[in-house]
Design a protein around this ligand. Structure first.
Ligand code: UDP
Ligand code: MG
Length: 257
């Protein structure tokens, strides 16, 4: 097997699903090796003990512990720092997303076509749970505004499934501690003119009773982040070479510059 995928899992009070999600990640068959990096965001419900036990059980799982509850973005920053794979994917610790979708997510990266791949819950023919109309309108609006400032035509900016070449994610300075991570990374990726792909994924949304934590205040924060990063993140110069061509493919004649 050539190559390795680092699965980064932020974990806050997920004692009911942590074992199950780790088992599902472990059981996916991929053309690359896997390492799992769990970052416990100072859980208070017994998750921490479960995570220690998992780290003892699986040689490819490493656990890190945040000194205070700082949010998903901060936990991800910690996790990205420790990633050693060629590719990095974000995995929530609930069971809303299906690790079987990693295969599709990885394809554009393995083929050398993409720097970043987003898994969209709103495209393609995968099953997704029907839930919360106003929540979905919020999602749609945030994706629209993020697309307007980033000039990307994503269908699901807020998706958890974001995969990156490791060098790419480790080179982007990030500062949002909570759910502002999603617009922050999206705009920074766009301004760097990285090659972004989207693939359809399935979605088994959970209800707030089932443990969902994101709320309307996070939506307001996301709006603020779109404005902030839209106004402040500089554009990288356009690439000199034909960035969209996979390695080994050449044009008969290069574009005039
Ligand atoms: N999370 C975290 N710190 C927090 C809140 C959430 O690390 O303060 C983790 C949580 O355990 C989950 C992920 O971030 O793995 C996303 O949280 P959630 O599923 O509640 O958000 P949503 O699916 O609504 O985006
Ligand atoms: Mg979730």
């Amino acid at each position: 097997m050539t190559g390795k995928l680092s699965v980064v899992i932020p974990v806050y009070n997920e004692r009911r699903t942590l074992r199950a999600i780790v088992a599902r990640v472990q059981s996916v068959t991929l053309p690359v090796e896997k390492e799992i990096i769990c970052v416990d965001d100072c859980s208070t419900d017994g998750t921490t003990e479960i995570l220690r036990e998992l780290a003892d059980t699986y040689p490819n799982l490493r656990a890190f512990f945040q000194p205070a509850n700082r949010g998903k973005g901060a936990a991800l920053r910690e996790g990205f720092k420790h990633a050693t794979g060629d590719y990095v994917i974000v995995q929530d610790a609930d069971l809303e997303y299906d690790p079987e979708d990693y295969r599709q997510m990885l394809t554009p990266l393995l083929e050398g076509k993409a720097d970043v791949v987003y898994g969209s819950r709103f495209m393609g023919g995968q099953p997704h749970r029907v839930l919360y109309f106003w929540h979905s309108m919020g999602n749609w609006l945030l994706t629209l505004l993020s697309n307007m400032v980033s000039d990307l035509n994503l269908t699901d900016m807020e998706t958890c499934y974001k995969a990156f070449r490791r060098e790419v994610i480790q080179a982007i300075p990030l500062e949002q501690d909570r759910f502002g991570f999603e617009p922050e990374i999206t705009i920074k990726v766009a301004r760097r003119r990285l090659r972004v792909y989207e693939v359809g994924i399935s979605y088994y949304g959970r209800t707030y009773e089932e443990g969902k934590k994101i709320g309307w205040k996070d939506g307001v924060k996301a709006l603020w982040c779109i404005a902030k990063y839209g106004l402040t993140v500089p554009y990288a110069p356009r690439p000199e070479t034909e960035q969209y061509l996979p390695p080994g493919v050449q044009m008969d004649e290069p574009n005039p510059r």
